[in-house]
Design a protein around this ligand. Structure first.
Ligand code: TRP
Length: 347
């Protein structure tokens, strides 16, 4: 069986370093591993509209922003098909047919939907499109017969529901769809990088994100005001690593080789941590190091972004071609789905 990846992002803002360690970095590795027959990355604009119906400009403007982030991180359109969800209208047809196989109570039990409804304060005014987006996401995944879906932990209930729909479809009609498997980030730090304020999650509304495209000077400021150990007041005080955002970021980004260049008194992160917990190591020194570590990773990304930014029409054309290619794949699956359902009358 072919190994096929599908994953995506809602275009509601630029991508930040949490997206980077949680998924972008991994996608580039998967792309370059050569282990996959097809890789599709979707800019899920239609899904973004399920809770931004009154703000289409935001969604539209962020399509090219997200594409720029993808390309600058190293996703290569020669190897990875980048597509825009709304262009592939077959996905909405699939969604409509799949929705007959899902009950309202099953959707209500989906933990991701539940917590997102709460987060957005929808209460009794949940848009139907939003409520049913797990079904639409199943269409995204199955249209490409994806075997592997790299996602964060928060998306596991979505994958579970997708697998259920696939099983239900295949047993009700015919074995057409493929059950996808989630591929989680390698470790816990990468799956939930906290905001610069130490809060659980980076979010635009909390203003605690470092964006991939942030100006280096802004990144420096954000790092310098990062949450550390509030009881580590004097340099001599022993510091705690627990919930210390600067060290969490180092866990996600630091490589041993970088000590030689930026902090030669230490060989590796463990030595730095030991000194910090013993006392005698100030926050500013660690923060400056983190800035260098982060910029080591972000500088090449930012340089590539600057190049792509000069030619937005070319970026949009990559998305256009990717969407056309995606549509062909999705149309084939839709036709098989209709065959199985015995409604492909005029094939
Ligand atoms: N729900 C995902 C998010 O919140 C985006 C997404 C849309 C997606 N369709 C997908 C992820 C299909 C994986 C597979 O970012």
């Amino acid at each position: 069986m072919k190994k096929i990846i599908l994953t995506g992002d809602r275009p509601t803002g630029r991508l930040h370093v949490g997206h980077y360690v949680g998924s972008l970095r991994r996608r580039v590795e998967l792309q370059n591993s050569g282990e996959y027959d097809e890789i599709h990355i979707m800019i899920a604009d239609a899904q973004a509209l399920t809770d931004n119906a009154d703000n289409p400009e935001k969604v539209k403007n962020n399509i090219s922003e997200v594409a720029l982030d993808y390309l600058s991180c190293g996703l290569d359109p020669e190897k990875t098909n980048i597509l825009v969800q709304s262009y592939v209208s077959e996905l909405t047809e699939l969604t409509f047919y799949y929705s007959n196989l899902v009950t309202v109570s099953r959707l209500q039990r989906n933990p991701t939907v539940k917590s997102e409804i709460q987060m957005r304060g929808f209460n009794a005014s949940i848009p139907v499109g939003f409520f049913t987006y797990p079904i639409s996401q199943t269409a995204d995944i199955t249209a490409f017969k994806a075997t592997t879906v790299p996602v964060g932990e928060d998306q596991l209930p979505m994958l579970e529901q997708a697998r259920e729909i696939v099983r239900s479809f295949n047993s009700t009609y015919d074995e057409v769809l493929v059950e996808p498997k989630a591929l989680l980030p390698e470790n816990e730090i990468c799956s939930r990088l906290p905001g610069t304020d130490g809060k659980a999650k980076m979010s635009k509304s909390l203003g605690n994100c470092i964006y991939l495209a942030d100006d280096p000077e802004d990144i420096r400021k954000k790092i310098m005001s990062m949450f550390t150990d509030p009881n580590h007041i004097k340099i001599e005080d022993p510091g705690s690593l627990e919930g210390n955002t600067v060290f969490t970021y180092l866990d996600a980004f630091c490589k041993d080789e970088l000590f030689e260049e930026y902090l030669p008194e230490y060989q590796n992160l463990q030595e730095l941590k030991d000194h910090y917990t013993r006392g005698g190591l100030g926050d500013v020194k660690v923060k400056k190091f983190l800035y260098n570590v982060l910029m080591e990773e972000l500088s090449p990304i930012q340089a590539r972004r600057k190049e792509w930014e000069k030619d937005i029409p070319a970026v949009m054309e990559i998305l256009h071609q990717g969407s056309i290619a995606a549509r062909e794949v999705a149309a084939k699956t839709l036709s098989e789905v209709k065959d199985a359902m015995q409604i492909n009358y005029w094939k």
